[in-house]
Each structure stands twice: as structure tokens, then as C-alpha cells.
Design a protein around this ligand. Structure first.
Ligand code: FAD
Length: 375
């Protein structure tokens, strides 16, 4: 068994969803785990997340689903509203953690990160903030990792969980190409309107918009802007511009525009995807989460894949004598599911750009059903 001085050791790059989940699952299996996280503090900024059934199921396996439901907003229905402002369809999502539990949860990103951080530290994981990795050298039974300050760490396993623009990926000798899909996505934290008890999705003539509740008092408005170049707007322009983009929508969206004007946080991000071809592992190193596969946010499932990766990684490493064999089994168990999700999300983005929303809905539905299968 690969180990360093008798204990299996792992160094994880990135304390996001994938990194914290993998760290907790490995620590529970007896590994000594350290994380290096480039962000100088534990505080995470950001908007909200919609965590679908597979996320909740994986969080339940990690023992933190109830904490997420207590601090977030549980829900089970997506209401699709057509371009005329009329309800077109109501989709009941599969309830994967029990018939009486919600199918999904809306939660603020900082809340999810706090819950995952607390659980990781409770399991003995050490998180170093303000640190990254400068070089990775693989030897027979251990990996030497050089930090930017010149100091060195050694571990039996290195996990790159540093997001879509991962630098660990390059240091392990893996190459990814990111695709931009001519869409920018918007998120604005707002006061929750009383009717916002489930997800609402509004089709527009050009763009799509919607609302996801995050707690009793808060929600986020989302909008996907179609057929635009990738650019960066000054912060001061974000709220007025989003408000303008919401204007053409009929019906209830009119109630969201004034809420956006007083939003404490409006963000705009490019829709970029990638799927790492040719394996995600090299020697005793592997990448997981968005570093290995990043779907477009339209399927709201990137977090589910990231959490599942962490759990499955620990399972497969526990089942195999050598780290190399465990990593190979991990990648072969995960690749098809992650590829399907990335490809479906790209197809949905394409249908949205072509304004063929009616064709996108069944695809979303079918993909949610596929994701409901065990990871
Ligand atoms: C606008 C938007 C909305 C989304 N909405 C949803 C949603 O509703 N539901 C959903 O499931 N998914 C959603 N996603 C996708 C989801 O955010 C990602 O799939 C998920 O965050 C991936 O987790 P991760 O841990 O792999 O990466 P990340 O969350 O990106 O975490 C990476 C971590 O690594 C750290 N890091 C980066 N570089 C380094 C480095 N060099 N050294 C050390 N640390 C480093 C970062 O600071 C961060 O803490 C959305 C994505 C976007 C862009």
C-alpha cells in the first residue's frame, strides 16, 4: 500500500466544494489530510447555489444534508413560465433523500462553505489559507510539492481541486481547453418574494431568467444573456444593466427588477465548460470537481459532481491497494457520468442561444433523471 511513514497522506489544492468534500471523506477513512487554499481567509463571497437531488444525496452521505436544509431553503418543484408570462410546465424533481424530504435546496455559497469547512476540520483536516502550489514532483511512493515560499510538503496523494482554471492540473501535466458558449450568466441576491417558494424559470424572447429561494428571507435572481461577447462590466453598471435585461419579460419578472436595484450583490460570469480528455490522473496525482469537468450552470449540477467526486475518490482509494489503481478506478467510475452532464449542459446552452426553449426543457428533465441514478 502506498503510504508515507505508515499513514496514508493527501495534499489537496483548493478548499472549494470538491476539495473540502474529498478531504472529509479521506480523513474519515483514516488519511492525514492537508489543504492549501489560495484565498487568504475562510470567508467565501458569493451568490447562491441550487443544489439538486444528487447534491443532497451526496451531502447526506457526508452527514451534512440536514444542516444545509436547516440553513437553506428546501424545495421540489420547478415552474417553467413561457414567453407570454403563462405557466407552461411544472417539473417535480426526484426526492433522493426520502419521500418526505425536499428534492433540492437553495443555499447561499458562504453558508455551504462554512458547513463543509466545519465538518472537514471536525474530521481533523488542516486547511492552510493564502497558500498555493508552485511545483509537483512525483517519486516512487510519494509526491513532493513545492510551495511558492520555497518550502516543501510530501504526501502519498495530491488532489487538484482548484476549480475550472486549475493550476494543479497543469502542474500534474494535464491539459484542458475551456470553451466559451456565447452566454453570460447573472446572479443577484434579493429579498425573497412571497411567491418564490420553488424555482421559477422564465423564458424570454432572447434571454432566460428565474428565481431560486435561498432561505425564508433571501433568494437569487438569475438571468442568462444569449449571444454576447465575453467582457467585464464595471461593478457600478451591473445592477442597472441586469434590471434593463429583465424589462422585456412579462408577468412576475416585473416584481424582480426593483429588488435587483437594491441587491447587495450582482455578479456576471461567462458560461465556460470543459471535460478533461485522456484521464484525470497522473501517477499519484488527480484532479476532481471543476478542475476535471465543468458543466454550464444551466443544469445546476456542477456542485453535485464535485461532491460525488470527493466521496467516490475516498471509496475507490479504500478499495485498492495502490494509489495508482485507486485513481484509475475512480476516473473510470466517474468519467461517463461527468461527460454526459457536461455535454448535455452544452446542448442546453445551444438550444437557449437558438431560442428553442421548448426543446431544452425535456433535455433538462431527462438529465435530472439520469443524474438521479447512483453515482
Ligand atoms: C455563475 C455560476 C452559477 C453556478 N450555479 C450553480 C448551481 O446553482 N448549482 C450547482 O450545482 N453548480 C453551480 N455552479 C457550478 C459550481 O459553482 C461548480 O461546479 C463548483 O463550485 C465546483 O466546485 P470545485 O470545488 O470543483 O471548484 P470551486 O468551487 O471553483 O473551488 C475551487 C477552490 O480552489 C481555490 N483555488 C483556486 N486556485 C487555487 C490555487 N492555485 N491554489 C490553491 N487554491 C486554489 C479557490 O479559491 C476555491 O476555493 C455555478 C457556476 C457558476 C459560474
Amino acid at each position: 500500500m502506498d503510504s508515507y511513514r505508515g499513514v496514508r497522506t493527501a495534499l489537496i489544492v483548493g478548499a472549494g466544494v470538491a476539495g473540502l468534500t474529498a478531504a472529509t471523506a479521506l480523513a474519515r477513512a483514516g488519511w492525514r489530510v492537508e489543504i492549501v487554499e489560495v484565498s487568504p481567509s475562510r470567508a467565501t463571497h458569493g451568490w447562491g447555489l441550487c443544489l439538486t437531488g444528487p447534491s443532497l444525496r451526496a451531502l447526506a452521505e457526508l452527514g451534512v444534508a440536514e444542516a444545509c436544509l436547516a440553513e437553506g431553503h428546501g424545495m421540489s418543484v420547478i415552474t417553467h413560465v413561457d414567453v407570454h408570462g403563462e405557466p407552461a410546465d411544472q417539473v417535480q424533481l426526484p426526492r433522493l433523500i426520502g419521500a418526505r424530504r425536499p428534492a433540492m435546496v437553495g443555499i447561499a455559497r458562504p453558508v455551504l462553505h462554512r458547513i463543509l469547512h466545519t465538518e472537514a476540520e471536525r474530521c481533523g483536516v488542516v486547511v492552510h489559507h493564502g497558500l498555493t502550489v508552485a511545483a509537483v514532483d512525483q517519486e516512487a511512493e510519494l509526491v513532493r510539492v513545492r510551495l511558492p515560499d520555497g518550502t516543501e510538503r510530501q504526501a502519498g496523494l495530491v488532489v487538484g481541486a482548484d476549480g475550472i482554471r486549475s493550476s494543479a492540473r497543469g502542474l500534474l501535466g494535464l491539459r484542458a481547453s475551456l470553451d466559451y458558449h456565447g452566454q453570460m450568466v447573472w446572479r443577484a441576491l434579493v429579498r425573497r418574494p412571497s411567491w418564490g417558494t420553488g424555482i421559477h424559470h422564465f423564458a424570454g424572447k432572447v434571454n432566460t431568467a428565474g428565481l431560486v429561494p435561498l432561505s425564508d428571507s433571501r433568494a437569487y435572481v438569475f438571468l442568462t444573456e444569449n449571444g454576447v461577447e465575453r467582457d467585464v462590466l464595471p461593478d457600478a453598471e451591473l445592477a442597472p444593466r441586469l434590471r434593463k435585461l429583465l424589462e422585456p419579460f412579462p408577468g412576475r419578472v416585473a416584481e424582480l427588477a426593483p429588488l435587483v436595484s437594491v441587491s447587495e450583490s450582482v455578479i456576471r460570469r461567462p458560461v465556460r465548460t470543459h471535460f478533461l480528455q485522456g484521464g484525470w490522473n497522473r501517477g499519484s496525482g488527480v484532479v476532481i470537481g471543476d478542475a476535471a469537468h465543468a458543466p454550464a450552470p444551466q443544469m445546476a449540477s456542477g456542485t453535485a459532481l464535485a461532491i460525488e467526486d470527493g466521496l467516490v475518490l475516498a471509496q475507490e482509494l479504500g478499495r485498492h491497494e495502490s494509489i495508482g489503481a485507486g485513481l484509475k478506478a475512480f476516473v473510470s467510475r466517474r468519467a461517463q457520468r461527468c461527460r454526459t452532464l457536461v455535454e448535455t449542459s452544452v446542448a442546453i446552452a445551444g438550444l437557449e442561444r437558438a431560442r428553442r426553449h421548448d426543446e431544452a426543457y425535456p433535455l433538462v428533465d431527462a438529465c435530472h433523471r439520469l443524474m438521479a441514478e447512483p453515482a
